[in-house]
Design a protein around this ligand. Structure first.
Ligand code: GLC
Length: 510
């Protein structure tokens, strides 16, 4: 039978994740949920997103309708055999339906999305919760699109515990790796051999201590019909020991179901010509107006108001993976030699906050930091800074560099993961390329590109052409949504082929 025949034109897609903009957003995955879903609706699919109803999701701002009460989610525990949840719903302006899994104890009462000792229980509840939701028949998708380790149990449970349930006969799974470094509620780099999870055992009771060491990332990869990483380069890199985080050996034989699709941004939401969060609107033809935004940014962060300073910025999670530590050390040297200012926005690791505070002390009026999450300040930064630093040790995709380019801020990035796929090194002679790129993760290499930025910045016409190239780059979700569409088709085809293979095997054996 041809698999193609079974692929519906208009697909029913259910994305499962821990976050989705604008309701709850911690990292880039939340932005992917919010924007990819919209782009997929635009090309004709029926797309729904399933996330937990965290207490921080403001119901007075987002009116949610309760559509199901008393959803029983089995736990495999004899004392508490099930957890009870409600399902709430909202349809956004783009026509995407969002379902929220409500549970007081595990979601509503927690101030944060991540970081609890029982995160494995919380996200098992999400995973099994979405399966039980589908069993109500309210929405039976063609594809469940799972994201990161928090949802890795979904493909696992569907291929084991729920294997015989006919409602799932035509439900296929895609598993997206946003960051291979997080594989479950444990640090895989410091795992004792006794706790090692090969991914094949049954998922125990929710409350068994064993769930804490389950490698849900590995399980998602093993059991999903198709797997993808958030850029082509990252999809290649994770097959190597350097970037594979211990899973390269599992991934290598699965190469035929592993794909790479680069993230995009929403070009309507991120538009310097219409953005109401910035001082002065502009586009690629009116870049001079950025000067006013630079001034506003300098004022906001208490920096000296100076157009000739090269203003560098960093936006994002303060995480060692992003190379923030190296950037601080390089800045400390570069700022002694050049008229450079620096602004940081974003929360994270406290040791990095301390390092940043040290930099502020050393260079008052030249460094400004806001080490907390913030929704509007990043736009102010994109529209007013000259460059964005992104010197990551590894980077699955990275979204900030794309947002920055849209606003004419030149990205200085390491040639790794999604940064390689989105930023091309500027060729000063040919005037091609949309950013400044270095190869080695080393202070020398980053320093070199900062000096280069400084020099190019002195030649306004050359600098303008670099800015224009950045602004003219197109990483809209429209293109990547088409790629996801193909990936969903691939998942359907692969599953049908595997089922047929299984049937043949059965008939040979019996
Ligand atoms: C993770 C990755 C980041 C990626 C984002 C969205 O946060 O670290 O590189 O852009 O997920 O896929």
């Amino acid at each position: 039978m041809s698999a193609k025949k079974n692929i519906p034109e208009r697909k029913k897609i259910l994305m499962v994740a821990t976050e989705a903009v604008p309701y709850v957003s911690v990292g880039g995955a939340g932005s992917v949920m919010g924007h990819l879903s919209k782009a997929l609706v635009k090309i004709g699919h029926d797309v729904r997103v399933f996330i937990p109803k965290f207490g921080s999701i403001e119901e007075d701002k987002y009116p949610l309708e309760t559509i199901y009460e008393g959803l029983k989610v089995p736990t495999n525990d004899t004392n508490t055999p099930e957890l009870i949840c409600n399902i709430k719903k909202l349809v956004n302006d783009a026509g995407v339906t969002f379902y929220f899994l409500e549970n007081q104890e595990y979601f509503e009462k927690r101030a944060n999305v991540y970081g609890y000792k029982d995160d494995s229980v919380r996200f098992l509840l999400l995973s099994r919760g979405v399966i039980e939701f589908i069993r109500t028949g309210i929405f039976v998708p063609d594809v469940i699109h799972c994201n990161d380790w928090h949802t890795g149990a979904v493909p696992n449970l569907l291929k084991t515990t729920y294997k015989q349930d006919s409602i799932f006969d035509d439900v296929h799974t895609v598993f997206t790796i946003h960051n291979l470094a997080y594989q479950g509620n444990f640090d895989h780099r410091h795992m004792s051999e006794l706790e090692y999870d090969d991914g094949s055992s049954d998922i125990p009771s929710f409350f068994s201590p064993r769930t804490e060491s389950l490698n849900f990332m590995k399980r998602g990869i093993i059991y999903a019909d198709a797997v993808n990483a958030v850029s082509k380069s990252y999809a290649r890199e994770i097959l190597t020991p350097e970037f594979g985080e211990g899973l390269d050996k599992i991934l290598l034989p699965m190469k035929s179901k592993l794909f790479g699709i680069v993230n995009g941004i929403d070009y309507e939401e991120f538009n310097p010509l219409t953005d109401t969060m910035i001082e002065k609107n502009y586009d690629v033809r009116s870049l001079d107006k950025r000067q006013d935004n630079k001034k506003a940014l300098q004022k906001e962060f208490g920096l000296e108001i100076k157009d000739n300073s090269l203003l560098l910025g960093f936006v994002g999670r303060l995480d060692y993976m992003k190379g923030v530590d190296m950037a601080i050390s390089v800045l400390r040297n570069a700022m002694k030699e050049y008229d450079i200012q620096f602004v940081e926005i974003g929360a994270g690791d406290w040791s990095l906050v301390e390092m940043l505070e040290g930099l502020v002390k050393d260079f008052p009026k030249r460094v400004g930091i806001h080490p907390y999450p913030n929704f509007t300040l990043p736009r102010m930064l994109f529209s007013g800074c000259d460059c964005i630093l992104y010197p990551s040790r590894f980077e699955p995709c990275g979204i900030v560099q794309i947002e920055a380019m849209r606003y004419g801020a030149v990205p200085i990035v390491r040639n790794v993961g999604g940064l390689s796929d989105t930023v091309e090194n500027f060729d000063t002679i040919k005037r091609t390329g949309n950013g400044l790129v270095f190869n080695e993760f080393s202070e020398f290499s980053l320093y070199g590109q900062i000096v280069r930025a400084w020099e190019l910045f002195q030649h306004k016409e050359v600098w303008r052409s670099l800015q224009r190239n950045a602004m003219n780059s197109d990483f809209s979700w429209e293109h990547s949504a088409q790629e996801y569409d193909k990936l969903y088709e691939r998942a359907i085809t692969l599953r049908i082929q595997n089922k047929e293979k299984d049937k043949t095997m059965e008939s040979i054996v019996s």
